[in-house]
Structure formats: C-alpha cells, structure tokens
Design a protein around this ligand. Structure first.
Ligand SMILES: O=C(O)CCC(=O)N[C@@H](C(=O)O)c1ccccc1
Length: 367
C-alpha cells in the first residue's frame, strides 16, 4: 500500500475519577488518534491507530507534542512508496527510540492493511480464544477506606484480578487491608519504579500477602538491580517500563530480572514487537500479560485481541471502557462475566464515531 494522508487528532478524554500512580495524578487522558488514508490496489482505505504517550514524559521519555514532532519531521518521511505493516519497523529503525510514536504508525498501517483484506486482527494473529479475562488497575487513593470501596466496586463489577498502585508510604498497609477485607483474591502491585534496591527489606514485607507479582519496583534502566531484588523476594518479579523491546526482554529473562512481563504494544514499538516478546517469553516459560495505557477503544480493542495469544496466561489490565471513561470515541468495550469478547471484525478495532472524535478533539494536524 501507499500512504496518502495522515491526520493526527489530539483528543482529551475526561477520566471518570482521578488516577494516581507513583509518578502522577491524571484527571484526563490526552492521546493522539491516527487516521491514516492509504491506496491499496487503486482503492482508498482508512487505518486507525493510537499513540499512548502521555502529555508529559513521566512514564517514559515520550510525550504528546514530542511524538507529533518526530512523526511529522522524521517518521512519516520514511514511509513513502510501497510498504506493508510488516516493513514499517525496519523503515523506521534508523530513528532512535520514539517507540510509542512508531507503534501508532505501524498500528494504523496494520489496521488499513487488515481492513483492505477483510481480515480481523484475531485471524491475523491466529488467536483461537473467543474472550479474555479482565483485570483492573486501582490507583493510589486518599485513604484505605476509599481503596476498599474502590476495590469492592470493581470486584462487584466482575473484575477477576486486582492491581494496586503502590509507592513509598502507600504499600504494606493498603495491601494488608485489601487482603483482610477481600481474602485470597488474585492481587498484585505496581510501583512504577518508585523504589530502590535499598528498600529491599521493606519490599520483602509484601511477601506475606501471596501476591501474583510485584511490577517494576525499581528504575526502568536497572535490570541488574531487579535481578538482585528478585533473589531477595518470594513474590515473582514483573517488569513494565524496563521492557522496551524483545532484545531487552531477552536480557531481562537471561539475567533473572523478570519472571513475568507486562506487554504494552505502545511501549515496545508496536503490536508486531509485542508478539515477538510474547513468543520469546513463551519459549522461556515466562508468563506475559497485557498492560494498559488508558487507551481509547482503538487501542483497547487491539489489546483485547493481543491478550488472546496463548502466552498471555495471566489476567491483564484490559478493562472495560467504563473503568476510565464515561464516553469513549468508539462504541464502549464492555465486560460481561469478567471477560471481554475478542473482536472478530476486519481490522484492529471498531472505528471511532466521527461526532465523538470531533467532540473530544483539541487539535487536528494533517500530514
Ligand atoms: O488499564 C489501564 O489502561 C491502566 C493500567 C495501568 O495502570 N497503567 C499504568 C501503568 O503503569 O501500567 C499507566 C497508566 C497511564 C500511563 C502510564 C502507565
């Protein structure tokens, strides 16, 4: 196919409640929605993608306006002429980093390619599961009572696994309270790199709670310290921010820094690299689960399909749209009986509804 036009819709989606992690509190999600037009054998097709970079470089080095700049100046010019989704990564490889921007471009090309072929992402990946189990990520709350109320609400809604955000000063006590209130529910914690190896003795206190895993306790770039810490804990070590590619996943697995990997297509440069990490981890007997970046229904639908691959043996963060949004730009993705159906329509997602896309768009750039 040949790309003919790319429109970047910067959308601002209000969150149903503030979402606090160890690095920020978000009350709305700014994201870049990619609307790609391409020519496939003389026909015009549209592909949709979503860049998961945050407004500020607090989760990783990428951020919305920087992603727009690198796409305009350095990435799009490398995608001229005939290309396929499978060749986008190599075309963009000379540009260092900017994985979330690259992932969104590859995603839009893949969506256009799949729509042109009338193929679902599920068929493309060869997944056989019809639905995926849903977990929920619970932000840091103002009080333990508020946390217990939030967790109770999500369990009543049918979520099958709870992830608690933690940071120094909000860790042992809230986890203990959730265990006391709700018993042996599937439970894990996510620190978003808020600790150091010097906190090992404190983090060992988490071992008494029988958690599924502890996610990214230390800095993104410190595999060695995560490997050392994993020797000191009985709770399985999971990495998120550190795993930016299949190559780094291979290093983390070989160093014993990751017993489990949170796979996020945006963080690793795209869904094709995410599949490579899935395949690598599975070959090593390492479990993976699908993380989330507060995606709209575009990324959320694609994640639901990715999470249906056989190596995604742990419940991920693919929640229903209403976990974060009162109104999405696509038809809401709904959870039934604690599961989300794997999309089977052509492409990666249901396209956004034009009036909703316009309602939430704060900036439109034509490339
Ligand atoms: O389900 C979701 O989309 C949210 C899951 C979640 O907690 N994401 C966290 C994370 O650290 O993994 C996050 C959210 C927003 C931005 C960066 C990270």
């Amino acid at each position: 196919m040949r790309l003919t036009r790319l429109t970047l819709h910067t959308v601002r989606l209000p969150l149903v409640a503030p979402f606090t992690t160890s690095f920020s509190t978000q009350t709305e999600r700014t994201a870049i929605i990619f609307e790609l037009t391409a020519a496939v054998e003389g026909r015009e097709v549209t592909g949709w993608g979503e860049c998961v970079a945050l407004n500020e470089p607090l989760y990783s080095s990428e951020y919305v306006s920087g992603a727009i700049d690198v796409i305009r100046r350095f990435l799009m010019p490398r995608l001229d002429g005939e290309l396929t989704a499978e060749t986008v990564g190599q075309r963009l490889a000379p540009i260092v980093g900017h994985r979330m921007a690259k992932a969104a471009l590859e995603m839009a090309v893949l969506d256009a390619q799949l729509r042109a072929a009338g193929t679902s992402f599920a068929a493309y990946l060869g997944v056989t599961r019809q639905r995926i189990p849903c977990g929920v990520s619970v932000g840091i709350q103002d009080s333990v009572a508020a946390l217990l109320s939030a967790v109770g609400g999500y369990l009543d809604a049918g979520y099958l696994r709870v992830k608690l955000k933690i940071r120094p000063g909000w860790d042992i006590e809230p986890v203990r309270a959730v265990r006391k209130e709700f018993g042996p529910i599937p439970l894990q914690v996510d620190a978003n790199a808020a600790y150091t190896l010097a906190d090992a003795a404190h983090l060992r206190l988490l071992d008494e709670f029988g958690l599924l895993l502890i996610e990214q306790p230390l800095a993104e770039d410190d595999l060695r310290q995560h490997a050392a810490l994993s020797q000191l804990l009985t709770t399985p070590m999971c990495l998120d921010e550190s795993i930016v590619s299949a190559a780094v996943a291979a290093s983390a697995i070989s160093m014993g820094a990751a017993a489990v990997i949170n796979v996020k297509p945006g963080r690793v440069g795209g869904y094709l690299e995410a599949r490579r990490i899935h395949d690598l981890a599975r070959a090593h007997g390492v479990a993976v689960w699908c993380g989330g970046m507060l995606e709209s229904g575009i990324g959320r639908a694609a994640n639901a399909t990715l999470a249906a691959l056989p190596g995604f043996t742990l419940v991920g963060d693919v929640s229903a749209s209403d976990r974060f949004y009162r109104q999405d730009i696509t038809p809401p993705i709904e959870m039934r009986g604690g599961h989300i159906d794997v999309p089977r329509e052509p492409g990666l997602c249901t396209p956004p509804e034009r009036r909703l896309l316009e309602k939430f768009t704060v900036e439109t750039i034509e490339l």
